[in-house]
Structures are given as C-alpha cells and as structure tokens.
Design a protein around this ligand. Structure first.
Ligand code: FAD
Ligand code: SF4
Length: 303
C-alpha cells in the first residue's frame, strides 16, 4: 500500500492537492490579475482556484509557504534573546497602554497599538489586515485600515480562514510605507516575496504577526453557532474572544507547546514582530490580557 503519492510537487495546484496550502493568498497577489480566484471551502479553508488550470511551476513557488519556508532552525544563537524557540533580537512582556485598545483587543492589544502608532506617528499610510465580513460575519475579509476607528473595529483574533497576502497589492501601490498583519505563514510568504519585489519591500514599513497554531475552517464557526442555538442568517457579529482578555477560546499556549514541535514556524520567525497571547493564568482570569512581544532577527531580510 502506498501512503503518499510518489508524484513530486511541481505546481501550486500540487501544493493544494497535497493539502499543504494555508490559504495565505500570496499566489493571488503574485500571479497575473484574474488568473487566481481565492475560494473559501467551508470544511477546508481558503484555497486558490487557478483559471484554465494555469498554475506556476516549481521555479515560481519560492514564495509559497505551503511549499517552502526559510529554515531559521540552524541559525546560531547570537543575541541574549535567542533560545530554543529560535533567533530573536529581544523578548518583552507588555500590553497596549491605550485602555480602549487593550479592552477590545484579543489579548493585550500590542498588534493594534503598534499598527496605530505607525499610522499616527511614523507616517505610515495604511494597515493591511483581517476583519469580520459585515455581510456574513462567519467569514473574514482582507481590509485596509487608515484610522483609529477602523483599527479599533478590527481588533481581536478571528479563528477562521483569512488570506491577508491578497492585500499586498494595496501596500505595493501605496504612496508610502505600510503595516502588514498576518499569521506566521502569511508573514513567511511576505518575507519571500519582498526579496524579489523591491517595490513591495520598500513599502513594507512594519510586518506584524502572532503565535498561531492554525486556522479552523468556517465549518468550525458554523458548528459553534449551531451549538449555541444561533440562527445563522440572523447573526450580526461574531467575536471569537471576549473583551478585556477574557476568553472562551479553546486555545491555550500551554496546550500547543505540548503538541506542536514546530514552534519556530508558529511564532513567525521571519523578520517580524510577533505577539503571542500570554494566556490568563488561573486566579488572574478576567484581568486584561498581556503579551510576549517577540522581535525577530532582521537577518532574514534581503540586504
Ligand atoms: C487563527 C489564530 C490562531 C492563534 N493561535 C494562538 C495560539 O495557539 N496561542 C497563542 O498564544 N496565540 C494564538 N493566536 C494569537 C492571539 O490570539 C492574538 O492574536 C495575539 O496574541 C495578538 O493579540 P493582540 O491583542 O495584540 O491583537 P489585536 O490587537 O486584537 O489585533 C489582532 C490582529 O490580528 C488580525 N487577525 C485576526 N484574525 C486573524 C486571522 N485569522 N488571520 C490573520 N490576521 C488576523 C486582526 O486583523 C488584527 O489586526 C492565534 C491567533 C489566530 C488569528
Ligand atoms: S501561495 Fe498561499 S494560497 Fe497560494 S498555494 Fe501557496 S499557501 Fe496556498
């Protein structure tokens, strides 16, 4: 019996067929307009569909995180922040000092606070990230935020499929530096793409990511709604985590630390600032969330 097909991965379609695609959307950005549609398969996730079966061959796969990501595992330790999770410049613990952001955010608001700081104080033009789809709240969409109001409205983790790399074109076409927020797999694609796209590289002012153990499919959200007795067409809004860091989510860092050996990939080790949730400890339940802020080595970036 053959467990795995012997066929090698030659095209992006093969990446999808081998179930290695994470739905980042980088191929929709990188390939000619109209040649890729991103489709959300309810029980799988967001996947690219290639028009006329035209998919790039292996030579053009270097940016696809389903095919390959840069290996930082072998990098020698050079800073005090380096340890078994991988190379890091510095590791800090903290939270947003803006009370409203901290209250509304997923687990401390560092991502939203840093993004807003870049807009208000660093002259950055926009933030490309992920938000609830207002028309179908059980789905996400890739959005641009330019104001505090927009950033505030889009705080919080969405444990459902997202494809923020499809929005890289907005960054590339902007008239100044921008912020990108995505999962570690999205950031791996960004890191690879910027090496060959000087215009994108120039416009990426700050790349932010978070600890991520994976994205459940839309079916997970729909099942949850069903169990809660919600009528799906009547649902107006979905938040996966409560405000002020109180969470009902099944995710805990400790659980993932035990079950997933690939922490470096989960943390987003590729030239980014990563903000995993510091889970509320027993006895501190209900206190606003805090963070470990992980500043990764810039050496993955092209010189
Ligand atoms: C799918 C998923 C799995 C995660 N798994 C873990 C885990 O196992 N352990 C752990 O410690 N932390 C996990 N996190 C990270 C954690 O939930 C927080 O996102 C992180 O700590 C940042 O918190 P914050 O308060 O700074 O974010 P906020 O200030 O609330 O900002 C959240 C940002 O994340 C973006 N975002 C939300 N959902 C998505 C999405 N699906 N894809 C891309 N961007 C998104 C939003 O656009 C927003 O900009 C996960 C997050 C996600 C989305
Ligand atoms: S680039 Fe992203 S969306 Fe496209 S095939 Fe690879 S992992 Fe999937």
């Amino acid at each position: 019996m053959t467990l795995f097909p012997s066929r090698k991965i030659r095209t992006l379609q093969d990446v999808v067929a081998w179930r290695l695609c994470c739905g980042c959307g980088a191929c929709a950005y990188a390939m000619p307009e109209g040649s890729v549609h991103l489709v959300n398969f309810e029980d799988v996730g967001i996947r690219p569909c290639f028009i006329n079966n035209h998919t790039p061959d292996i030579e053009n796969l270097s940016y696809c995180p389903g095919y390959r990501i840069a290996d930082t595992n072998l990098a020698p330790k050079i800073t005090r922040g380096d340890h078994e999770f991988g190379v890091a410049l510095e590791i800090w613990e903290g939270h947003a000092s803006d009370a409203e952001i901290r209250y509304r955010a997923s687990s401390g608001g560092i991502l939203s606070a840093l993004a807003l700081y870049c807009l208000e104080n660093e002259g950055m033009k926009l933030v490309v990230h992920t938000a609830m789809d207002e028309k179908q709240p059980w789905l996400n969409r890739t959005v641009i935020s330019r104001t505090r109001t927009e950033i505030l409205a889009r705080t919080g983790s969405r444990y459902s499929p997202s494809s923020p790399c499809e929005g890289l074109k907005w960054i590339e076409e902007s008239d100044g530096p921008c912020v990108f927020i995505g999962r570690p797999c999205d950031v791996a694609a960004v890191s690879a793409l910027r090496r060959h796209r000087p215009q994108l590289d120039k416009k990426l002012g700050l790349v932010l990511t978070f600890f991520c153990a994976g994205t459940p499919s839309t079916l997970g959200t729909l099942e949850l709604l069903k169990r809660l007795g919600a009528s799906i067409p009547a649902v107006q809004s979905i938040r996966y985590r409560a405000t002020a860091g109180r969470e009902i989510s099944m995710y805990t860092s400790a659980m993932h630390l035990r079950i997933n050996p690939s922490l470096r990939e989960m943390l987003g080790q590729l030239n980014s600032v990563s903000a995993p949730a510091l889970q509320t400890l027993p006895g501190r339940f209900g206190t606003p969330g805090r963070h470990i802020l992980w500043r990764c080595m810039a050496k993955a970036r092209p010189q």
